[in-house]
Unconditional design. Structure first.
Length: 230
C-alpha cells in the first residue's frame, strides 16, 4: 500500500506527520512501524521512492479525517500492484482498501496479544510475532459484525493457520483440537496430518485471556462441513 504525500500536505498536516514520524522513531523496535519517507530542509518529499509501507489507525486518521480526503488528488493513490487510480470510483476503492487493511492489522495484533504472542496450537513452539497470524474463525468477508471481536480470532503460526483455514482441523466445544476425518483417513502414516496434527487431537488450545466464542467456532464447522460433535 503506497500513499504519496505530495501536493496535498498542508502546513498543519505537515507538522502532524512530522510529529508522528518522530514519535514512531522513538519507539522500541518491536513497536516501530516500517514507514519510509524523505525529509529535506524541514519539508516532506516523495523523491527517491519515499512512501508509507504501513498505515495504522493513528496515521490513517491524520491523513484522512476532517475532510482531508477532498484535498487528495486521485493521482496520489496507487494499489499494491502499482496501477494508478483513474477516477473517483477507483480513488474511493483505494481508501476502502486502506481502511480494511488497517482494521485487519489491528484485529490481528489484538488476537495475538490475547494469546500472549504464541501459536495457540498445542505443543507448537512458535512464539515470535513475525511467524504468527491473528486468524479469523469466521472469515472477515463473511460477517461484518464479527470482524473486530477478539473472540473471533486464533493466534496461529503460518502452518497451523493454513490448516485451520483449509478445514484440516477445528476446535470442539471444550476448545480441543479435532482433526477433520476426511483428511487423515486417506493419508499414510508419514503425512503432515498424521505426524503433526493427529498427536494433538483432543488436546486443548493454549491459555488466553478471552476464549473464542462457541458460536464462531460452530460457524467454522459449517464452513468446512465437519462437526466434531457428531
Amino acid at each position: 500500500m503506497y500513499v504519496s504525500v505530495a501536493h496535498f500536505c498542508t502546513p498543519i498536516l505537515h507538522y502532524t506527520l512530522i510529529t508522528y514520524y518522530e514519535n514512531n522513531n522513538c519507539k522500541d523496535k518491536g513497536d516501530k512501524k516500517a514507514i519510509f519517507y524523505c525529509q529535506r530542509q524541514n519539508d516532506l518529499k516523495t523523491v527517491q521512492g519515499a512512501y508509507f509501507s504501513k498505515v495504522d489507525n493513528e496515521l490513517f486518521n491524520i491523513l484522512f479525517e476532517d475532510n482531508k480526503i477532498s484535498r487528495i488528488k486521485e493521482s496520489n493513490f496507487t494499489y499494491d500492484s502499482g496501477v494508478e487510480s483513474e477516477n473517483n470510483e477507483s480513488n474511493s476503492e483505494s481508501i476502502r482498501e486502506i481502511k480494511v487493511r488497517v482494521g485487519q492489522q489491528k484485529f490481528s495484533r489484538q488476537v495475538k496479544e490475547n494469546f500472549n504472542f504464541e501459536c495457540c496450537f498445542p505443543d507448537c513452539r512458535f512464539n515470535e510475532e513475525r511467524h504468527l497470524v491473528g486468524a479469523h474463525i469466521v472469515r472477515w468477508s463473511d460477517n461484518v459484525q464479527t470482524r473486530k471481536d477478539v473472540r473471533n480470532g486464533l493466534s496461529l503460526c503460518k502452518l497451523h493457520d493454513a490448516d485451520f483455514e483449509l478445514g484440516v482441523f477445528t476446535l470442539d466445544r471444550q476448545y480441543r483440537i479435532r482433526v477433520n476425518k476426511k483428511y487423515f483417513e486417506t493419508e499414510d502414516e508419514s503425512s503432515w496430518v498424521s505426524t503433526n496434527l493427529l498427536p494433538c487431537e483432543y488436546k486443548k488450545i493454549k491459555k488466553c485471556r478471552e476464549l473464542p466464542a462457541i458460536e464462531y467456532i460452530k460457524g467454522h464447522w459449517d464452513r468446512i462441513d465437519f462437526s466434531p460433535d457428531t
